[in-house]
Design a protein around this ligand. Structure first.
Ligand code: NDP
Ligand code: MG
Length: 330
């Protein structure tokens, strides 16, 4: 059974005398900084001089450069994009940290795969929200909170877990529940969702679209039926609320009977799919994927832009444009 922390396990007082530096005022940075401040903690923002630094200032934060913020802080939350983190860490963060400082990551990626290697005299923790940036703020304000994966990667002071839990409470995550795991497991699960589940699910969806279009149905009708109406998204919401099996009850008896009995027609696809998924998982866990991606450096963004441009030319992209226009979704 996994360890799951709630509000009762965390004491905000642990961080009462510490200065927290939120580095990067973007998706996660802005929301976490606002939540921590509203929880009564002392927060400064470290940013390069840009529009987000201006916004942080307008929203009442003391904003300084990244290195300066790290020098002033006892706890540093590194909330900048993973791709640029190794470079920024080495140049601005590492030289400014002192023994006993707390270093917090919102993703295990860099620590797990060698992009960042924190000095052994630091407390190093993971607080990885299972929520996009705006949701981190909205769910704090609504009082609902959001779940996270959390972990202690390095405990130099003997207080790392307490400090991590105080942070988790301050951002509003222990309210919903924080599940303990390693940086490597968090990064692997995250990447698997993107590389093992996402493409497989995408393949099922596009295969269904292609099958129906080839059978002569208008693309607008096919896309509306399969996902553009919002029914699929609504069903996923129900799956989250009541579970995969129970949500079946919201569909007609004809739907339930047909769907359950016909599942057998696809059962033999599970094994080969699992094999492919395992291949993705192996490349993730061994660090092969991370090495490939970091090996590409600036080239990576260029390659990504080219692939995305090519995708704009597939028939599905045109069908989506037509359907969105027809139903006023733009
Ligand atoms: P963003 O893309 O929103 O960027 C965060 C900030 O970093 C911005 O303020 C940006 O400034 C700044 N920044 C970008 N490039 C540089 C640079 N070269 N030097 C200095 N600052 C820079 O990041 P996210 O909030 O999406 O991600 C932060 C962390 O949170 C990552 O580890 C990510 O994996 C994790 N995470 C993100 C989630 C999400 O929903 N986005 C969910 C869970 C975890 P500017 O505004 O000028 O571009
Ligand atoms: Mg993710």
């Amino acid at each position: 059974m996994a360890t799951i922390y709630h509000d009762d396990d965390a004491d905000l007082g642990v961080l009462a005398d510490e200065t927290l530096a939120v580095i990067g005022y973007g998706n996660q940075g802005r929301s976490q900084a606002l939540n921590l401040r509203d929880s009564g903690l002392q927060v400064i923002v470290g940013s390069r001089p840009d529009a987000s630094a201006e916004q942080a200032r307008e929203e009442g934060f003391d904003v300084v450069g990244i290195a300066e913020a790290c020098r002033r802080a006892d706890a540093v939350l590194l909330l900048i994009p993973d791709e640029i983190m190794p470079e920024v860490y080495e140049r601005d963060v590492a030289p400014a940290l002192q023994a006993g400082d707390l270093l917090d990551f919102a993703s295990g990626y860099n620590v797990a795969f060698g992009g960042v290697t924190p000095a052994p005299d630091l407390d190093v923790v993971l607080l990885a929200p299972r929520m996009i940036g705006p949701g981190v703020r909205d769910s704090y304000v609504s009082g609902e909170g959001f779940p996270s994966f959390v972990g202690v990667h390095q405990d130099a002071t003997g207080r790392a877990r307490q400090r991590m839990l105080a942070l988790a409470r301050g951002v509003g995550s222990t309210r919903a529940g924080c599940l303990e795991m390693s940086m490597h497991d968090e990064a692997s699960l995250d990447l698997f969702t993107e590389q093992g589940f996402g493409p497989a699910f995408g393949c099922v969806l596009t295969t269904a679209v292609q099958t129906l279009v080839d059978a002569g149905y208008p693309p607008e009708a096919v896309l509306l039926e399969l996902y553009m109406s919002g029914e699929l998204a609504y069903t996923f919401q129900k799956i989250r609320e009541v579970g995969m099996l129970k949500q079946m009850d919201f569909h007609s008896q004809t739907s339930q009977y047909g769907s359950i009995t016909r599942s057998a027609n696809f059962a033999d696809l599970a094994e080969p799919m699992k094999e492919r998924m395992l291949r993705s998982l192996d490349a993730i866990r061994s660090g092969e994927f991370a090495a490939e991606w970091s090996g590409l450096r600036e080239q990576g963004a260029e390659i990504l832009a080219k692939v995305k441009e090519a995708r704009e030319k597939i028939p599905m992209a045109e069908w989506e444009r037509r359907t969105r226009a027809a139903f006023g979704l733009d």
